[in-house]
Design a binder for this molecule. Structure first.
Ligand SMILES: Cc1cc2nc3c(=O)[nH]c(=O)nc-3n(C[C@H](O)[C@H](O)[C@H](O)COP(=O)(O)O)c2cc1C
Length: 256
């Protein structure tokens, strides 16, 4: 990707060099660097300036161990010097409503889930770019949604707060290749959605299988990987089946 694009400045260069890192040096991250990452996450835009994101830094090694297991045995959650959990947070909004003597009624609106997930996504992305610009590597951990009820318990999340993604941060001990992306024509359409999208996907299949050959579960086409992943409603082994339960439990229960 990097070689095809014209790099215009250091921010863009950082973004186009992105890859996820899953192996880290045993080297701590300075408090100043972590503060910069959190500040960058907080500087991201948010819907109506509602700032619907809470970040929880997990320091307790026992909790990390448990979380690594619950997220599908992802051991880099234990090994990374920093592990953050990004939550979509409407508890603060409820408190704001209480402080104003007004009832919080919008939890019935499914739009809240889009608002929360988008705010978390933008904030997560800003944290990633900030970390990468400081020479650090990261990997988001959506695996926390495999066991959302257990995460809520471990994190003591109040009503209207849901865990969306973890983020491991550390100094990389190895640099994986950049994972190729779909051709631009597949993701950038003009004026309306393209009718036939198979050609670009076919083109990408070859690029994907070549680029992932040496990797664990690599070497297959992108369509094969995606079709196998999405063939069951809750993915492989019903692994993400409690998300609906989590939403109800956390108060997002009416209207859908
Ligand atoms: C919201 C989100 C959740 C993710 N969850 C995981 C995860 O649980 N474990 C993991 O190893 N990678 C996870 N990833 C990383 C993706 O697998 C990775 O971004 C993708 O394969 C593209 O590779 P790249 O980041 O190296 O370009 C996640 C990425 C995102 C955006």
């Amino acid at each position: 990707m990097k070689s095809k694009e014209k790099i215009t400045n250091v921010v863009v260069e950082t973004m186009l060099s992105h890859r996820s890192f899953r192996k880290y040096l045993d080297q701590p991250i300075s408090k100043d660097d972590l503060d910069t990452i959190i500040q960058s996450a907080q500087a991201a835009p948010s819907w109506v300036n509602g700032q619907h994101v809470t970040i929880i830094s997990i320091k307790d090694p026992e909790k990390r161990k448990k979380m690594a297991e619950l997220a599908g045995n992802q051991k880099y959650i234990i090994e990374a010097p920093v592990f953050l959990v990004f939550c979509a947070d409407f508890h603060r909004i409820q408190v704001a409503c209480e402080m104003e003597g007004i009832e919080f009624k919008a939890a019935v609106n499914p739009d809240l889930l889009l608002v929360g997930a988008v705010d978390v996504g933008i904030s997560l992305s800003s944290a990633i770019t900030a970390a990468e610009s400081l020479g650090l590597g990261t990997v988001p951990i959506g695996g926390i949604r495999r066991s959302p009820l257990e995460f809520i318990e471990l994190l003591k999340l109040p009503e209207y707060v849901i865990p969306v993604s973890g983020l491991c941060i550390g100094y990389p001990s190895e640099t994986p290749d950049i994972t190729p992306r779909l051709p631009k024509a597949a993701i950038l359409h003009e004026d309306q959605y393209k009718e036939n999208i198979q050609e670009e996907i076919k083109e990408f299949n070859e690029i994907h299988s070549d680029a992932t050959k040496g990797r664990t579960s690599g070497g297959s086409t992108w369509t094969k990987r995606m079709a196998n992943f999405y063939k069951d409603p809750y993915y492989v082994n019903d692994s993400y089946k409690d998300v609906g339960k989590m939403l109800k439990q956390q108060g997002f229960r009416k209207g859908y």
